[in-house]
Write a new protein. Structure first.
Length: 64
């Protein structure tokens, strides 16, 4: 939302995004539903997040 000041009042201006046709490309779909790929990606994401300095995430030593 954009706030517009026209000199008399401040009013919200709503700009609508143009509609986009959904695209389904089935070339990678089998990889997305593959259970082994799912667990590998999940593991990689957890490892990546573990390397980041995120002070709001508390590490529970019982889980390690």
């Amino acid at each position: 939302m954009i706030i517009k000041d026209d000199g008399r009042a401040i009013a919200p201006v709503h700009i609508q995004d143009p509609s986009v046709e959904p695209v389904f490309d089935d070339t990678g779909f089998s990889e997305l539903i593959d259970e082994e790929t799912h667990w590998r990606l999940k593991h990689d994401l957890v490892e990546h997040l573990g390397r980041l300095d995120l002070p709001h995430i508390e590490v529970n030593s019982d889980d390690e």
